[in-house]
Design a protein around this ligand. Structure first.
Ligand SMILES: [Zn+2]
Length: 387
């Protein structure tokens, strides 16, 4: 079911990659330690590597980079430090250094599955699908049990088949792809709207992504095939903005909202790889200009009075699993709580929360450092404001 009332959804690919990375790095790191001869060097190396792993887990990639670099200085011939550096550089979008370090890890250990996996991600990001697929095939040959990677490879192949004849158009900040020469004007409209979003959201958050953002326009059927998005979704952001666009002439206002919404996700992702979903979706709806109408206010008021609003902390994970009714409610709560935060503390404090998250803080710490209320206090103050 698809209605204009329902909002969008986003897929968070990168945090799950980071989680896998953490697990594999942890398992990889013990044999390396045992092979080191000097106990003092071993201790220093272990300490820095361990710090890097913890920072990686908290998505503090600047911190992790620093720690892995220290680890590498103590033992340049261990694959783990180079792998950690490569993954940290990848997340920080320093592709050149990421590729160098991942290749060094492979030169030391040619069976390093994760290095192939991230080289694949790196080329996928550069839109070089053939190279990405060949790295992922190498990773799968080494570890045939990596079912997540197999699914990803299949999905990307499907995407590649769908998009190989798409037309392209660019501005300074965006690349748009679409099918059919007759869609040239549609592509231009999309680029114009996105450039507006770039300026407006950039000014509000004082943030402008420094890399090109890709946007792919699909027919409704292609969108379903490529993304497997839930029926209630009007677009997704999974590192690229993907939207179904069947004849945009009559729905420019809806298109504008969708693009502002998904572009917000791209900006949030550029600021911090880790963000609670309620905050991400609340901000995206705020910037798309979505209002809470009287009927929705009344629903929120009744549920708040009955003490049946779920805590925000229960809405930190993906909304993908929700059915359409639950999704509507989760998006409404997200918008309501983020609007409350913006109205009471200012949008620049919300930006502070994102920056704290980027620096490795968890949600509670990020909120308390930015708005001087604890997560629980903020949650209960917002709740009370609804009653
Ligand atoms: Zn969204």
């Amino acid at each position: 079911m698809k209605t204009q009332q329902l909002t969008k959804n986003c897929i968070h690919l990168y945090p799950s990659v980071a989680k896998v990375a953490f697990f594999i790095l942890t398992t990889l790191f013990f044999p390396v330690l045992n092979a080191l001869a000097q106990p003092a060097e071993q201790n220093a190396y272990a300490r820095f590597l361990n710090n890097g792993l913890e920072q990686m887990k908290a998505a503090d990639y600047h911190g992790a980079l620093n720690s892995f670099e220290q680890a590498r200085r103590h033992n340049d011939s261990a694959a783990a430090a180079h792998l950690g550096l490569g993954i940290a550089y990848f997340h920080l979008r320093n592709d050149q250094d990421a590729e160098r370090e991942l290749n060094r890890a492979l030169a030391i250990n040619p069976r390093e599955v994760l290095a192939y996996q991230f080289l694949g991600e790196l080329y996928y990001r550069k839109d070089d699908i053939d190279s990405a697929a060949s790295y992922w095939e190498k990773a799968l040959a080494l570890d045939p049990s990596a079912s997540g990677l197999r699914d990803r490879l299949e999905r990307v192949r499907k995407e590649h088949t769908t998009e190989k004849d798409f037309n392209r158009d660019v501005t300074v900040h965006f690349l748009v792809k679409y099918e059919g020469r007759e869609k040239i004007e549609d592509g231009r409209i999309v680029l114009r709207i996105l450039e507006d979003a770039y300026g407006e959201i950039g000014r509000a958050l004082s943030y402008y992504p420094d890399h090109e953002i890709q946007v792919i326009l699909y027919s409704d059927q292609q969108f379903q095939e490529v993304t497997d998005a839930p029926g209630w979704s009007d677009g997704i952001y999974d590192g690229k903005i993907r939207i179904p666009i069947g004849g945009i002439e009559n729905k420019t206002q809806g298109l504008r909202r969708t693009l502002y919404h998904e572009y917000t996700h791209a900006v949030v992702r550029a600021i911090t790889p880790r963000v609670p979903t309620w905050l991400n979706e609340g901000l995206a709806q705020y910037f798309e200009g979505r209002e809470i109408d009287e009927r929705q206010k009344e629903i929120l008021r009744r549920i708040a009075q009955a003490g049946k609003l779920p805590p925000l902390s229960s809405l930190e994970g993906s909304f993908m699993k929700f059915g359409s009714e639950q999704a509507v409610f989760a998006y409404l709560i997200s918008l309501s709580s983020v609007r409350y935060m913006i109205d009471n503390f200012g949008i620049y404090r919300v930006k502070d929360v994102l920056e704290e998250l980027a620096g490795g803080a968890d949600t509670g710490k990020a909120i308390s450092k930015s708005i001087m209320f604890s997560y629980e206090e903020f949650d209960s103050n917002w709740r009370r404001s609804l009653e």
